[in-house]
Design a protein around this ligand. Structure first.
Ligand code: PMP
Length: 305
């Protein structure tokens, strides 16, 4: 991805895409600590709008705080960087990758606290699991890898090292012919996907694992809000593997994955084996909100002006 035309916001300046570089002795490359976000902007009737930008920026700063990293920019500056890269790259809709990482001033486990680099990149990126997946649903496998224990790494942080576990699960699932992995927590209960939160529909209610074992997903928050407004009861609880097998519907949420139905798990058909009724309704409402068709959620949209 490095050899492209365009601009990346790099430590406060818009630089040429191919010049946004770091040294091979970058601390984060060696020890795996950086904090990042995945954010999306959509085309709306009133122009391009970033969805829940402030919430993503808040989570970025929370992730940094958890690991004692000082981001040398204000939240407003990071928000503005998102707007600037959309404009500089003339994007109508896009995925953003803000990331804060330690530079190459010093190696050894303890990072140098004032050597934090920040970039915000943006590029056009369609449906993460494919356009078909949003309609037809995907096939998942329960991973042989467990999700993080809350005292081994910090689950509230969207930190790069956490994703080694995601890579193990996701590549295993692909290797075995599935679209994505579902990870159980260290006690055997359902946690999340490799980069998505998970929801279960059963007898008209919506269930999702509590946040002690899963990332506090911003799409997850949005879906809970939409469901409650629809009068659907939402329950955060421990979910077993076999509860997934007998669920009426199961779906993933995430900024990249949006609302992706799961039609099969471990070779068992879930519900009707296609996008279910409530999943369809929630997905439709989600896209109405992010694409600016629901005035009740305007406060979640930051327009690029
Ligand atoms: N869980 C994990 C592990 C993730 O990487 C993501 C993507 N950020 C999510 C859940 C969903 O979070 P969000 O809806 O904020 O993108």
């Amino acid at each position: 991805m490095d050899d492209r035309d365009g601009k990346i916001w790099h430590n406060g300046k818009l630089v040429e895409w191919r010049d946004s570089k770091t040294h091979t002795l970058t601390h984060s490359l060696h020890y795996g600590l950086s904090v990042f976000e995945g954010v999306r902007a959509y085309e709306t009737p009133k122009g391009t709008a970033v969805f829940r930008l402030q919430d993503h920026t808040n989570r970025l700063f929370d992730s940094a705080k958890i690991f004692g990293m000082n981001i040398p920019f204000s939240k407003d500056e990071i928000n503005q960087a998102h707007i600037d890269v959309v404009k500089a790259n003339e994007l109508k809709s896009c995925y953003f990758r803000p990331i804060a990482f330690y530079g190459s001033n010093k190696l050894g486990i303890a990072p140098q606290s004032d050597d934090v680099q920040v970039i915000v990149a943006a590029w056009a990126w369609g449906a993460y699991l494919g356009e078909e997946a949003l309609k037809q649903g995907i096939r998942c496998k329960i991973s042989s890898f467990s999700r993080h224990h809350p005292n081994i790494t910090m689950i509230k942080a969207k930190a790069s090292g956490n994703y080694m576990n995601s890579i193990l699960a996701n590549t295993e699932a692909h290797h075995d012919g599935y679209d994505e992995a579902i990870l159980l927590d260290s006690t055997g209960y359902v946690a999340e996907g490799s980069g998505e939160n998970i929801f279960v529909v059963s007898r008209g209610k919506l269930f999702t694992p509590a946040l002690d074992v899963a990332l506090d997903g911003i799409t997850r928050r949005t879906i809970i809000e939409i469901a409650k407004k629809l009068g659907v009861e939402v329950v955060e609880k421990r979910i077993t593997r076999d509860e997934l097998y007998v669920a009426d519907e199961v779906f993933f949420t995430g900024t990249a994955a949006e609302v992706t139905p799961i039609r099969e798990i471990d070779n068992r058909q879930i519900g009707i084996g296609a996008r279910g009724e409530l999943t369809t309704e929630l997905q439709q409402r989600f896209f109405d909100i992010v694409q600016g068709r629901n005035p009740d959620y305007e406060h979640y949209l930051t327009y690029v002006k």
